[in-house]
Design a protein around this ligand. Sequence first.
Ligand SMILES: *Cc1c(COP(=O)(O)O)cnc(C)c1O
Length: 241
Amino acid sequence: MRRVAEDRELAARLAEVRANIAKARAEGAHAAKNVRLLAVSKTVSAERAAACWQLGVDGLGENRVQELLEKKRQLPPEVKWHLIGHLQTNKARQVVGQVELIHSLESWRLAEELEKRAAAAGLIIPCLLEVNVAGEASKFGLAPAETWDLAAAVASDLPHIELKGLMTVAPDAPAEEVRPVFAKLREMRDEMRQKAEKFALKRLNMQELSMGMSNDYRIAVEEGATIVRVGSRIFGGRVYR
Ligand SMILES: *Cc1c(COP(=O)(O)O)cnc(C)c1O
């Protein structure tokens, strides 16, 4: 009985998030045509993550490699896994070939390591560059000013990494402070696309904007997010063990 009630609540929360995304898409002047919804299943049991996948989301997001791989073993093979958290260079080997998209590429060192592992496995790894738009000391990510240089270097020299766009985590702040952060990421992406064309960087195809979490996904969609990463609004509050 408990399971039935839990599943019903999960379905209701998911429906609410979807309705909010649709509304934000309709209202936002900069909204993207397609918005993928990732359910962030960190700290959630494999069983609940599976229930959520069955209800129909575009992917499951985890921020730790170990937890992602453990859950992946327990869920159907068709689940699309996204690594959204910081990736240590020494764990790069473990994610190659395991995920749909790495959202957190933020250094040349990590890029080189991923390149090496991907080349060895004969794979091309889709990645986003993580940008610390607001320059918060507590957050990972590239400074906006260094993002283009890394993108251009990866696109020129690392053929087994496919850069698909940008990702950011906004500050925990009121809407009027969060919105410009998302707008800035969109502007950065648009500028990078123009530069890629100008410099004929054919492999640099920046389209995706991974931005927006439980507290700010509606604003993110209005500002052009193509992927939102929603955890607690779908699964309820997290219990860290
Ligand atoms: C945990 C996490 C999320 C989801 O956070 P919620 O506030 O629970 O929606 C999204 N993105 C990243 C990078 C995270 O670590």
